[in-house]
Design a protein around this ligand. Structure first.
Ligand code: PLP
Length: 394
């Protein structure tokens, strides 16, 4: 969608992109300065594969301070974004045919990463009426003797769902009965929660810490997507294997990013309150406007910066150009081509018919985009709905 939006823009079209997965804020100034200082001080050479010690020490203290997780520095690895850390973990641990349970809707990269590492993604549907969260009974049903990992992502991309400590403890109750299953907690949106507390599973169930990999990074919390820095903390044997994979692929992320990230992780966190307050205002505006559009509805997400919109009510309708909207991809293309609004179809996240709207854009752009979305929905004609129910892939 981003490429299609860019192509339209090149042809002079006014396209509002609400498809992006990155904050639209600048990296905090003190972090920028730390990066510049690293260059000037010649910290521009190869570093240890797992990351420079002062950074791993800063991460160790962060995990203790924010998440009550007491890791040893040898249990921490740093990579080129949380993305590479997830991939390293899967690549280092999966044997052919090993299964990975992925609650859906899910971040687009998980299933492909599992396949690239030789494993089998096993989608576990999380339904909208259950807040898009995995039910313990559905987790139990998805586990087989081949299950190696459960992937947990809270706050979630694309739904914004946030698991409470109690909900995580309930899932842990299931995992306790299956001690061959490991948990990958992708906490990359930790700091972007709106009025609900953040919790991670190793904290909610400390007895599972030896089979949990806790992943986080600075991309979303410090608006550092381009710096490419994420980290993981987990059992020593796993971290060692992940470092071996990384040592023969990227070696490590940029030394400059590592020194800047020390400030992002250990420095003042004042910018986060500003990010959260801005995102919250935008979320509230978007949720209100979307729920006023004919045929669309959405929940109020508790975290991240996405709204996952149910578009069952526009399925089966016809556009003024005579096309029938049969899928969420059709609807997303209609919004893009006829109204210049780029969103991502739910099918990419293994849930249909939905669209994901990112609110990492200015209030003005969100207002303009909502006006266009309203117009687009009003212009549709025909059958109220052919689909009674939304489906998430199970
Ligand atoms: N995990 C989730 C759920 C994401 O949505 C993203 C990015 O969109 C990432 C990980 C990647 O983060 P990073 O930029 O640290 O690689």
């Amino acid at each position: 969608m981003t490429a299609a939006a860019a192509a339209l823009r090149e042809n002079g079209r006014d396209v509002i992109a609400l498809s992006q997965g990155e904050p639209d804020f600048d990296t905090p100034r003190e972090v920028q300065s730390a990066g510049i200082a690293a260059i000037r001080e010649g910290k521009t050479r190869y570093t240890p594969v797992a990351g420079v010690k002062p950074l791993r020490e800063a991460i160790r203290q962060k995990l203790l301070r924010d998440n009550s997780l007491d890791y040893d520095i040898e249990q921490i690895t740093v990579g080129c974004g949380a993305k590479q850390v997830v991939f390293n973990a899967l690549f280092a641990s999966l044997d052919p045919g090993d299964e990975v349970i992925i609650p859906t809707p899910c971040w687009v990269s998980y299933p492909d990463m599992v396949r690239l590492a030789g494993g089998e993604p096993v989608p576990a549907a999380c339904h909208e009426h259950f807040g898009f969260k995995l039910k313990p009974s559905d987790l139990e049903a998805a586990i087989t003797p081949r299950t190696k990992w459960l992937m947990l992502n809270s706050p979630n991309n694309p739904t914004g769902a946030v698991y409470s400590k109690d909900e995580l403890a309930e899932l842990a109750g299931v995992l306790r009965r299956h001690n061959h299953v490991h948990v990958l907690a992708d906490d990359i949106y930790e700091k972007l929660v709106y009025g609900v507390p953040f919790a991670t599973i190793a904290e909610a169930a400390p007895d599972l810490v030896d089979r949990t990999l806790t992943i986080n990074g600075v991309s979303k919390s410090s608006a550092m997507t381009g710096w490419r820095l994420g980290y993981g903390a987990g059992p020593k044997v796993l971290i060692k294997a992940m470092n071996t994979v990384q040592g023969q692929t990227s070696s490590h992320t940029s030394s400059i990013s590592q020194y800047a990230a020390i400030v992002a992780v250990a420095g003042k966190q004042d910018h986060i309150a500003d990010f959260v307050s801005d995102f919250r205002n935008r979320r509230d505006l978007l949720v209100e406007k979307i729920n006023q559009a004919t045929g669309l509805s959405c929940r109020t997400p508790d975290g991240a910066f996405y709204v996952f919109v149910n578009c069952t009510g526009v399925m089966g309708k016809s556009t003024p150009q005579g096309k029938v909207i049969g899928t969420d991809m059709d609807f997303a293309m209609y919004l893009l081509e006829e109204f210049g609004v780029a969103v991502v179809p739910g099918s990419g996240f293994m849930a249909s018919p939905y669209i994901r709207i990112s609110y990492a854009s200015s209030i003005e752009d969100l207002q303009r985009a909502c006006g266009r979305i309203h117009e687009a929905c009003e212009a549709l004609t025909g059958s109220e709905s052919i689909n009674e129910q939304c489906t998430t892939v199970a």
